[in-house]
Design a protein around this ligand. Structure first.
Ligand SMILES: *Cc1c(COP(=O)(O)O)cnc(C)c1O
Length: 393
């Protein structure tokens, strides 16, 4: 249920969130050994099963050195936006490497994935356009649609037939279809080949946000498109983020020369903001290279994922059908999810409870994410704790 839009007072609105179990807490994290998944959360030691650092690159020595070296050379801040004097050699090199990595003509770096999606949708879809999106898309794609002023259409999760029906009856004009590649709260894949076929048939442009697929899935880690064997022309716009598998910060969009040039000209979240710190671009270049040089990182997180599923399913833990390192455990109610998360923390595991409005009401869950940085024993111990808490003997 939505939070009241016009609260009598902020205190009342906050009390309302509290009463419904929806008030969120920030916790202060400390990391003693940054290359492990061990953290201290408000002073309590635990293993972090919530980070998006799938490949363990956030603290990789080469990535850290690249960051420090570039900061010494260029300073910390970029000093200006990209169209003024903020666009530097590190950004330019990163964009070229991302274009090569994704097999596309050109790429453009944004300061965050959230901004990349806002900029993309508003730049490609004006007020007279139709924007279609999966109802479980990431919030940034949903907000991008709203900000664009286009007519918005949401289709039921991964329901290509429903989307095709909506596309068939739309008015003429630009049509943009938006989807996560791997859904961030469910870990499942979008049916990209069928989506691409529907878009081709109905003259719509498909944009895929592969924040959780890039670096992790596909034969060489190049994400959901590689997983499905899709050509760049079938998915004209590809969004990727650096804050997930690449362990740094920022995002990019890859596409044709003209599509990217449109973003340079039109994406307000690109034009009217300070450029990403060049040292972050340098660290990301190294992270990209390490992800290619050290394929064992991807193989390990996927092996840990399979091991987690095998152990958890064997003892009857209610896992969703996900083959990616995002492994939701569906519990339904807000209280059940919160209690399980608290109980796991008591036992030394941090697994966040995900509740509305991040996920639909009645689908609150624990969301486990696996990382190369986990020890085999971490996964086994987590499953034992989950079995103890969730499976009645
Ligand atoms: C994390 C995420 C984003 C936002 O990326 P940031 O760089 O963290 O702003 C966008 N889309 C998806 C699917 C994500 O998971």
């Amino acid at each position: 249920m939505p939070v009241p839009a016009v609260p009598n007072s902020f205190a009342l609105a906050l009390a309302e969130l509290e009463a419904r179990g929806l008030r969120r807490q920030r916790r202060t994290v400390r990391r003693g050994e940054p290359q492990t998944a061990d953290i201290q959360l408000d002073g309590r030691r635990c293993v972090d099963f919530c980070s998006n650092d799938y490949l363990g690159l956030a603290a990789h020595p080469r990535v850290v050195e690249a960051f420090i070296g570039a900061a010494r050379m260029h300073g910390v801040g970029a000093r200006a936006s990209h169209l003024i004097t903020g666009h530097q050699a590190e950004h330019e090199a990163l964009e070229r490497e991302l274009a090569a990595y994704t097999g596309r003509e050109r790429a453009i770096v944004f300061s965050t994935g959230y901004m990349a999606n806002l900029g993309l949708v508003a730049a490609l879809a004006g007020r007279d356009a139709d924007v279609f999106g999966d109802c479980l898309n990431h919030a940034s794609l949903i907000d991008g649609g709203r900000l664009s002023g286009a007519r918005l259409h949401r289709y039921p999760h991964i329901d290509v037939a429903a989307l095709a029906g909506q596309l068939a009856v739309r008015e003429s004009g630009t049509a943009l279809v938006l989807t996560d590649g791997v859904f961030s709260m469910d870990g499942d894949f979008a049916p990209l080949p069928a989506l691409a076929a529907a878009c081709a048939k109905h003259g719509a442009l498909l944009a895929v946000d592969d924040a959780h697929g890039l670096g992790v899935v596909g034969a060489s880690g190049r994400g959901s498109l590689e997983h499905f064997g899709l050509a760049p022309a079938q998915v004209p716009a590809l969004v990727g983020t650096f804050g997930k598998a690449f362990g740094t910060f920022g995002a990019f969009i890859a596409g044709s020369e003209d599509l990217i040039e449109m973003l340079v000209q039109r994406a307000r979240t690109y034009i009217y903001t300070t450029a990403l710190p060049p040292a972050v671009a340098a660290a990301t270049r190294t992270a990209l290279a390490v992800s290619i040089d050290e394929p064992w990182r991807r193989e390990r997180v996927l092996a840990l994922t399979r091991r987690f599923r095998e152990l958890a399913l064997a003892v009857g833990i209610p896992l969703a059908a996900s083959a990616t390192p995002i492994q939701p455990i569906l519990l339904g109610g807000v209280d059940a999810a919160m209690q399980a998360s608290h109980a796991l923390l008591e036992r030394g595991f941090f697994v966040a409870a995900i509740r509305p409005p991040t996920v639909p009401a009645g689908s609150s869950r624990l969301r486990v994410t696996l990382s190369t940085a986990h020890r085999d024993g971490d996964v086994e111990a987590l499953v034992a704790a989950l079995a103890d808490l969730l499976v009645s003997a």
